[in-house]
Design a protein around this ligand. Structure first.
Ligand SMILES: NC(=O)c1ccc[n+]([C@@H]2O[C@H](COP(=O)([O-])OP(=O)(O)OC[C@H]3O[C@@H](n4cnc5c(N)ncnc54)[C@H](O)[C@@H]3O)[C@@H](O)[C@H]2O)c1
Ligand SMILES: O=P([O-])([O-])O[C@@H]1[C@@H](O)[C@H](O)[C@@H](O)[C@H](O)[C@@H]1O
Length: 522
């Protein structure tokens, strides 16, 4: 069997040459506006972006409303999409694969609590709704599934493949992961046994030494070389051709690596770095290491390839990026955050070595910075809460990671508030929907183009894509990568509304302001 996935539909593998019809796209709404045009293949919109420009004049802020006009186009043909996972045989890789098969085949299975049906809970795109507007008659909110806001790939239609330094097939990997119920595993094992990860580049020095026994599926040679890079590029080309795909997105869900040293002449510029990005395949990093060294970002920019990362924001940090936003924006002075967790999966085993833990410690520690810096009433310049991150490997708990947090804050007149959280995160069941969201959003943004609208009739630059560093992915990531020189936003609510409002802008719709004046001024 070719070493890549063909997700079967239950009655044998998908015909290699056939193109499985995308799951029907429901057209649930249309925008009626002189600024929006629907063609056979595009949605075209004229959008006015309202901001407030602030300057300081004689020690006083002066705020000036500003309008910038953009033209957006969205190609509405949803492609046949492939997702290639680096680390496919891991807990996340095997879990997300089983989850997509289960949803695609609408499986249900028995658990000790009764029948369980497949679902996409925990996916922003597949499990949440957005406010489209207000009902013209009842004045009530009209909410629609997030997935229906713009034409998007359905995860059931994603073809999955990838690489792993472990040669176990996906059914064996699923058993090794010990994440899923036996009832579900039994229903998907047959398909998953036909899925075998491609051999990968293994550079022992980058991951924990305790991973060595796992590495029985590696490309010859102990150092990454151009031959290795060419082999990986050929794997992608072969996977795309074999599955008759329109697009492939590569996502790293392999082990956390140590940080890469930024070495002048090696990875500081595009010309000094591998040409892997030349094909233009988007690459998303679900782990915390600094994969996108300056040379990689420059190469992505040069080839207009999307990159995104770092580190899935799945449990403890996701909670933190919402709770810290609430506390500080409520005027409560957070003074310390102690985050401890222990887990017993292979990720935890890899993180038990200092250099790999350090990568994770960094990605988990910066998540409160933007919220603290924005509040100059509570914090003097440079002042920030104590913040510590501890991760311990405890095999007994397996994938059911325990996250224990203490938030300590100053409140009115010298009082204090202590919030203590005990959060059992089933790691891979929380991360797998994020793997799906990252791929769906990245693919959508490959079909969105923009240009500055002409205001005086003068010609403007042609349409182009979003910046190569796809910072709209930040909601799913602990340490969001942003275009060089642009600020990092970690506050969870801001990240979600930024993504929704950009997608609304592509439809010529203003951001949802939550002002609801229609319910206040009458
Ligand atoms: N909730 C979560 O699970 C979560 C949240 C945030 C980040 N992450 C990160 O996601 C990654 C995967 O998590 P996991 O629980 O699936 O870990 P895992 O250890 O179960 O899986 C990682 C897989 O990567 C493989 N691998 C290692 N180096 C490789 C290489 N060079 N090429 C190909 N495969 C390679 C390993 O053999 C393993 O199968 C980790 O870096 C973890 O820190 C996980
Ligand atoms: O996303 P989150 O729960 O804050 O952070 C988690 C870490 O605390 C955990 O040790 C590790 O298993 C996961 O890779 C994940 O990164």
């Amino acid at each position: 069997m070719a070493p890549h996935a063909e997700i079967a539909n239950g009655d044998g593998p998908v015909n290699r040459g056939g193109v499985s019809a995308p799951t029907n796209q429901k057209v649930t709404f249309k925008v009626q506006s002189p600024n929006v045009e629907y063609t056979e293949s595009q949605i075209r919109s004229k959008y006015t972006y309202h901001t407030t420009e602030v300057s300081k004049v004689n020690g006083q802020y002066v705020a000036v409303p500003k309008e910038t006009k953009y033209d957006f186009t969205v190609d509405t043909k949803v492609p046949k999409l492939g997702m290639m996972l680096v680390g496919w045989g891991g807990n996340n890789g095997s879990t997300v694969t089983a989850g997509i098969i289960a949803n695609r085949r609408r499986l249900s299975w028995q658990t000790r609590r009764g029948e369980q049906k497949a679902n996409y809970y925990g996916s922003l795109i597949m499990g949440s709704t957005i406010k489209l507007g207000t009902d013209a008659e009842t004045r009530k909110d009209v909410n629609i599934p997030f997935h229906d806001l713009l034409p998007m790939v359905h995860p059931n239609d994603i073809v999955i493949g990838g690489w792993d330094i472990s040669k176990l097939n996906l059914a064996e990997s699923m058993d090794r992961a010990q994440v899923l119920e036996p009832g579900l595993k039994a229903l998907v094992a047959k398909e998953m046994a036909t899925m075998v990860p491609l051999p990968s580049i293994y550079y022992p020095d980058f991951i924990a030494a305790n991973q060595e026994k796992r590495a029985d599926n590696v490309l010859e040679g102990t150092k990454a070389s151009m031959a290795h890079v060419e082999k990986i590029r050929q794997d992608i080309r072969d996977f795309k051709a074999a599955n008759n795909l329109d697009r492939v997105i590569v996502q790293w869900t392999a082990n956390t690596e140590r940080f890469a040293d930024l070495i002048e002449g090696v990875n500081d510029t595009a010309d000094n770095l591998l040409k892997a990005i030349e094909n233009g395949h988007p690459f998303i990093n679900g782990s915390p290491q600094n994969t996108f060294v300056p040379g990689a970002v420059e190469l992505a920019e040069r080839h207009k390839a999307f990159v995104g990362g770092d580190d899935f924001k799945s449990g403890q940090t996701k909670m933190k990026s919402a709770l810290v936003d609430f506390l500080i924006n409520a005027g409560i002075k957070l003074t310390s955050v102690a985050s401890y967790n222990h887990l017993g999966n292979n990720d935890g085993k890899n993180l038990s070595e200092q250099r790999q833990f350090r990568s994770k410690e960094i990605s988990k520690s910066n998540v409160i910075d933007d919220m603290v810096e924005a509040n100059t009433v509570l914090y003097a310049p440079g002042e920030k809460p104590d913040h510590t991150v501890v991760i311990k490997y405890m095999p007994a708990v397996g994938d059911d990671k325990r996250a224990l947090d203490e938030y300590y804050a100053e409140i009115f007149l010298g009082g204090h508030q202590t919030i203590s959280l005990f959060n059992v995160c089933e790691d891979s069941l929380l991360a797998s929907p994020l793997i799906i969201d990252l791929v769906l959003i990245t693919e959508l943004f490959t079909r969105i183009k923009w240009k500055a609208a002409s205001t005086d009739g003068a010609a403007t630059k042609g349409f182009e894509g979003f910046h190569s560093v796809l910072s709209v992915l930040s909601y799913m990531l602990k340490a969001p990568l942003t275009p060089p020189g642009t600020p990092v936003v970690n506050a969870l609510a801001k990240q979600r509304s930024a993504l929704i409002n950009i997608m609304r802008g592509c439809l010529g719709l203003q951001p949802e302001s939550d002002m609801t004046l229609e319910h206040k001024l009458f």
